[in-house]
Design a protein around this ligand. Structure first.
Ligand SMILES: *[C@@H]1O[C@H](CO)[C@@H](O)[C@H](O)[C@H]1NC(C)=O
Length: 409
């Protein structure tokens, strides 16, 4: 690894041509001062041996995250009855590969078993069930996780609390209660609040800052904020704008990480959208580099389009990850390497390489295929350098978030 760092430093200093044997994403992340580059995975995919071979490639992935098998419906399907079989498969894989494990997630409004969502709870009984769940799951994985996503997606887009069984029954104190239970069960694991659409700043990021302070003011440990980074191509803020959002959290005394990154494209893809995707990924990971070591790592929400959650969730969209369905690297792979300051890989498609290298330190919006039409709810509709749509689909209004970003709200 020392030699790799020297090579990366020499490349960055212009001392070597950028045709040296390419380093991988995790190696480049380490050279850039991050703790890891990683990927989510899931149990069903592990029987695909070609998939598994690349997931095991620690040049690219120094960390893995179980996509589903540590969630409440998997780990406590009926009250007081715990099942860790699937989660353990992923944890054991991380161990045997020497990869970090990001553990995900303890308290979320989705993928809850019906005994939780349909139970008749009082404040006291649900608090006890919440504590029991967290205590058992965190104790089971004690010493094996670098992070736990303790509370996931507790906010509405306007920064108010999402209505879920925990909030309506316990109130906002369910959040510090959850963090306290996790801290008691494993004092060494870093405890995260994790959410999406925090990357734009604005009301939702302010809500997440409020959650950090709520937990801190309760005298309870919170170590980090996870920014999921689920994006549509062309809507990723500029690198400098992302940096200021990350710094807003870091100023509260917590670390940050990108935890579920993907950049979906309306199908079919084109050379233009694939090039923009490379720029978008480069700006995302670049903002983490710019705030390292407080930004500790970057996780993509699986690595191949073959197993992405996007097509089944966003109709007409896909191609959201750095490798295609046939496990061929897309321009996004080089976009990530460029954002990490590393030499790009000659085995990836060269289409976007020059675009990526020349634009990652400026803005993400120099090339976009969406220069006409209207932006969807939550989409970008303005900001310095923005050449995309400036009108919003009804009934949304284009709202200035900062000089670099206006959003349809
Ligand atoms: C539930 O109980 C907790 C104390 O455990 C308290 O802080 C909170 O305000 C209560 N919530 C409601 C809705 O009464």
């Amino acid at each position: 690894m020392v030699q790799l760092r020297l090579v990366a430093a020499a490349v960055a200093a212009g001392l070597l041509p950028t045709v040296t044997s390419a380093i991988g994403l995790h190696e480049a992340a380490l050279a850039a001062g991050l703790e890891y580059f990683g990927s989510a995975t899931d149990n069903g995919e592990l029987s695909d041996s070609a998939y598994l071979t690349q997931l095991d490639n620690t040049a690219d992935f120094g960390q893995i995250t179980p996509g589903n098998s540590q969630k409440w419906d998997s780990t406590e399907p009926s009250q007081g009855s715990f099942s860790f079989t699937n989660g353990d498969v992923i944890a054991d894989l991380a161990d045997s590969n020497g990869q970090y494990l990001r553990c995900h997630t303890l308290v979320w409004h989705n993928q809850l078993p019906s005994w939780v969502t349909s139970g008749s709870w009082t404040n006291a009984t649900l608090t006890a069930a919440l504590r029991n769940h967290i205590t058992n799951v965190v104790t089971h994985y004690k010493g094996r996780c670098i992070h736990w996503d303790v509370v996931n997606e507790a906010l509405n887009e306007d920064g108010t609390y999402r209505t879920n069984i925990f909030y309506t029954t316990i109130g906002e104190s369910y959040i510090p209660i959850a963090f306290a239970a996790a801290a008691a069960a494993d004092p060494d694991v870093k405890l995260y609040y994790n959410d999406y659409n925090l990357e734009y700043g604005g009301s939702k990021a302010a809500g997440a800052q409020r959650i950090v302070q709520l937990v801190q003011n309760a005298g309870v440990k919170i170590d980090g904020v996870g920014l999921q980074a689920h994006f549509e191509v062309g809507t990723v803020p500029s690198r400098s704008s992302l940096v200021s959002v990350l710094n807003g959290f870091i100023a509260l005394g917590v670390e940050v990480a990108y935890t579920e990154a993907d950049v979906r494209i309306q199908l079919p893809t084109s050379a233009t959208t694939l090039a923009q995707q490379a720029v978008d990924f480069g700006n995302l990971v670049g903002s983490c580099v710019d705030t390292a070591p407080d930004c500790v790592g970057f996780t993509i929400w699986d690595w191949t389009d073959k197993y992405s959650w996007v097509p089944s969730t966003f109709s007409g969209y896909g191609a959201a990850l750095p490798w295609d369905e046939n496990y061929v690297k897309k321009p996004a792979y080089n976009g990530l390497l460029a954002g990490l300051g590393a030499a790009t890989s000659s085995s990836a498609s060269a289409t976007a390489t020059s675009t990526t290298l020349t634009t990652t330190t400026t803005t993400s919006s120099s090339a976009t295929s969406t220069s006409t039409g209207t932006a969807a709810h939550w989409g970008q509709c303005g900001g310095n350098g923005w050449t995309g749509p400036t009108a919003c689909a009804s009934p949304w209004t284009c709202t200035v978030i900062n000089a670099w970003y206006s959003q349809c709200l």
